[in-house]
Design a protein around this ligand. Structure first.
Ligand code: ZN
Length: 251
């Protein structure tokens, strides 16, 4: 862990979930930017290798390796053992999880893969960046069953009555800039305890014509502040605190 970087004062923005490997030659906009701190997630074997490279080149990147539940439809799970071998070189595992909305047809395979990664996270003491579209209850059940200590439920738009369970398990949720247009995301933030909130981008994904990216995190903070009736500074400081507390649990 690069403790000096995590605690640097000038870090202002936390992007707890970005697909940095997809930025190609644009990666220079983010890599080494001392105002931004990121957890860079992967989708499959090749992107896991690329993300590990970015983790060693960019001082502001925490690398995550994994197999995205959507990649299982393309057969990415045949490289499971090779991705698992990369876990020790990473700080996080992700993007991993379960998806009953977009790819329900591969659910059983997703479950097998997710469990292997959770086992690895527990044994190696890694954090997990979790995709759980339409499978919020199942994903939390598995995280708890495998006794995973550190998890961020990325772009959480699940039931608000699970927020206290997330808090009691010591996990966090990623608030996505989609909050600009997504009512479900706003309702989650209204109901969520401040101490479980992190910001994220999921960049460079496009959601309903909104091109997601770290640049939108300031807008996200503004909306969280409005919904919570507190200042933007308070939101931004709380999120930095949450991020640091989360990283401390990995030591
Ligand atoms: Zn993602």
């Amino acid at each position: 862990m690069r403790e000096d970087v995590h605690l640097r004062r000038e870090v202002e923005l936390i992007d707890s979930h970005i697909h940095l490997h997809e930025y190609g030659s644009d990666v220079g906009r983010y890599c080494g930017n001392s105002r931004l701190h990121m957890i860079a997630v992967s989708d499959d074997l090749d992107s896991s290798k690329r993300t590990l490279e970015l983790g060693s080149t960019c001082s502001n990147v925490i690398p995550a390796v994994g197999i995205h539940p959507w990649s299982i439809s393309e057969g990415a799970d045949r490289y499971l053992s090779q991705v698992l071998e990369l876990v020790n070189a990473a700080t996080f595992i992700g993007e991993v999880g379960l998806d009953k909305i977009f790819v329900p047809q591969t659910y059983e395979r997703q479950l097998t893969v997710f469990r292997k990664f959770l086992e690895a996270a527990r044994d190696a003491g890694k954090g997990v960046s979790v995709h759980a579209a339409g499978a919020w209850v199942d994903a939390l059940r598995e995280l708890e069953r495998y006794d995973v200590k550190v998890a961020v439920i990325h772009w959480y738009t699940g039931p608000t009555d699970l927020l206290n369970t997330i808090k009691s398990l010591g996990y966090y949720i990623g608030v996505n800039p989609a909050i600009k247009i997504q009512k479900k995301m706003r309702n989650v933030v209204k109901a969520a305890p401040l101490e479980i909130l992190l910001t994220e981008s999921d960049g460079p994904y496009t959601y309903r014509n909104l091109k997601l990216g770290s640049e939108l995190i300031n807008d996200t903070i503004k909306i969280i502040a409005e919904l919570k009736g507190i200042s933007e500074d308070e939101v931004s400081n709380t999120i930095k605190q949450n991020f640091m507390s989360m990283l401390k649990k990995l030591r």
